[in-house]
Design a protein around this ligand. Structure first.
Ligand SMILES: Cc1cc2nc3c(=O)[nH]c(=O)nc-3n(C[C@H](O)[C@H](O)[C@H](O)COP(=O)(O)OP(=O)(O)OC[C@H]3O[C@@H](n4cnc5c(N)ncnc54)[C@H](O)[C@@H]3O)c2cc1C
Ligand SMILES: NC(=O)c1ccc[n+]([C@@H]2O[C@H](COP(=O)([O-])OP(=O)(O)OC[C@H]3O[C@@H](n4cnc5c(N)ncnc54)[C@H](O)[C@@H]3O)[C@@H](O)[C@H]2O)c1
Length: 442
């Protein structure tokens, strides 16, 4: 039998890898991780963690704005300090994650890996072999294929800006666009969002999205629908966005038109791992078209949302599969999702749209005047609970400043299909967002 350097070798070190690789090594497997950039991947270093730190002062500013007269004055955001604070907090993350990886006895191999054959990944001319490989190379920002595309920037560049540009153009109207439009607008930049069509955040309840977009418009963000952005140009110190109805001068351009899988130039074709423009093709065991090669995280072509909780769940599933603790296919739980605008929009399970198609019961609540939400004078609180034929909650969505907490609170009720009687036995702290929200569930 062939001997390899490792039992399992991961390509990429994000959440699709490290959450599962650490417990896998603790089962006694010899594990290696190859990473070309910062350990921990996108989420801690240039995604979720970084973004939510930049957003914290926006939350504070919004709350002070609503409590004007009680809390004065409404704070302004010091961009430079905010970015420095973000950096100080996130700089510790790759160090901490590397420490946890190495304490578990895992080798970290720094460099860009390319598959040579089904058991070998080469880094800087050095082959590393393993019985099983896990490809977890994530996504990278899309770049519009238009003249002047090199003049635009990505989400990572935005979060590292030392000075906030006076005028920012954001292309696209998905998660990154709306979250960053919120942050830049609150910090004082003039933002224009160039939309592909006439709908932002298409995966979310459109009534809630419209309310958030209207609020951003009132705050000065301009939305250009069916923009048909065709070119970027540089004129002296300014940049010009050319679009269907004309052109607009700005100081900085953010291309937020989606993220694409890192599947090229890593040797997948050579070894026969199939992929397409959505990512690597896997079966229900996260196994690729080559038996001993698996994939995990955002790089997989999947219907599940490409988010950190999904990547963590997949890497933990592979821990169990590759250590022999399960031989069952992956069984995804309900994966919640939130867009960190202010107010936020969050959801889990069956959507209102699907519920209408299926004839499910929909309980809609307008909770702006509810006493708990009036503590900080929230001016937009709407939610919807979806019930199936057995009267179990199968979906929930909310727009409010606390929408993320609400969805987390309702999630176990959906995932475990609790009956009304069982939910009645859950006694929550009072006063609290969970107690307040669940009292309006039916
Ligand atoms: C701006 C932004 C904000 C986000 N906010 C949220 C959020 O609030 N909540 C949420 O759930 N999700 C959020 N996400 C998504 C989240 O970051 C991803 O779902 C998550 O990071 C996926 O983990 P992963 O391990 O699959 O990929 P990644 O974290 O991208 O890790 C892949 C790693 O592989 C490395 N790599 C690639 N190719 C090679 C190679 N050939 N050799 C060596 N190394 C290689 C890369 O350098 C990278 O470190 C956000 C993403 C972005 C961009
Ligand atoms: N809160 C979160 O969980 C969070 C936050 C940020 C990012 N993310 C992750 O990162 C991924 C990428 O975020 P994103 O906002 O870049 O992608 P996205 O898929 O959410 O949005 C892309 C946007 O670009 C638009 N677009 C596509 N092609 C275009 C074109 N040619 N011209 C103009 N617009 C075009 C789309 O219509 C859409 O509005 C998300 O899907 C998500 O997985 C998650």
């Amino acid at each position: 039998m062939a001997t390899y350097d490792y039992d399992v070798l991961y390509l990429g070190s994000g959440h699709g890898t490290f959450d599962g690789a650490i417990p896998l090594a603790q089962t006694g497997k010899k594990v290696g991780i190859i990473e070309s950039r910062l350990i921990g991947g996108t989420c801690p270093n240039r995604g979720c963690n970084a973004k939510i730190i930049l957003d914290a002062p926006v939350e504070l500013q919004r709350a002070s704005e609503r409590l004007k007269g009680i809390v004065d004055p409404v704070p302004t955001i010091n961009w430079k300090e905010n970015v420095e604070h973000k950096q100080e907090v996130i700089d510790k993350l790759p160090v901490m994650i590397s420490g946890a990886i190495e304490s578990a006895g895992i080798d970290i191999i720094k460099g860009y890996g390319t598959l040579l054959d089904a058991h070998t990944i080469e880094v800087d001319g050095q082959p590393h072999t393993a019985e099983k490989l896990v490809i977890s190379t994530g996504l990278r920002p899309n770049k519009l294929d238009i003249p002047g595309t090199e003049l635009s920037h990505d989400s990572e560049d935005f979060m590292n800006l030392k000075k906030l540009p006076e005028r920012i153009a954001i292309i696209g109207s998905g998660y990154i666009s709306l979250e960053f439009a919120t942050i830049a607008n609150a910090a004082g930049s003039k933002v224009t969002v160039f939309m592909h069509g006439d709908q932002a955040l298409r995966q979310f309840n459109q009534d809630y999205v419209t309310a958030v977009v209207d609020d951003l418009e009132r705050r000065g963000v301009k939305f250009v629908k069916f923009a048909g952005v065709s070119a970027f140009e540089k004129q002296d110190k300014e940049f010009v966005v050319k679009y269907a109805d004309g052109q607009q001068k700005v100081d900085w351009i953010l291309d937020a038109t989606g993220r694409i899988p890192n599947v090229e130039n890593i040797g997948l074709d050579k070894v026969g791992v199939k992929y397409n423009k959505h990512g690597i093709e896997v079966n229900d065991y996260l196994q690729t078209t080559v038996d001993n090669i698996y994939a995990s995280g955002d790089v997989i072509d999947k219907t599940q949302p490409k988010l950190t909780p999904t990547a963590i769940f997949e890497s933990m599933y592979l821990t169990n599969l590759l250590s022999g603790q399960t031989d069952k296919p992956i069984d995804y739980p309900v994966i919640p999702s939130v867009v960190f605008t202010s107010p936020r929009i969050a959801k889990a399970g069956v959507s209102v749209e699907e519920a209408k198609q299926k004839g499910y019961k929909i309980v809609e609540n307008h909770l702006t005047d509810e006493w708990y939400r009036q503590i900080d004078k929230q001016d937009l609180v709407e939610n919807a609970f979806i019930y199936n034929e057995e009267n179990q909650i199968v979906g929930v969505t909310e727009v409010s400043e606390r929408a993320d907490d609400v969805i987390n609170a309702v999630l176990p009720l959906i995932e475990f299909g609790l009956s009304d009687e069982q939910i009645g036995r859950l006694v929550y702290l009072f006063p609290s967002i969970t107690a307040s929200t669940l009292s309006h569930r039916k």
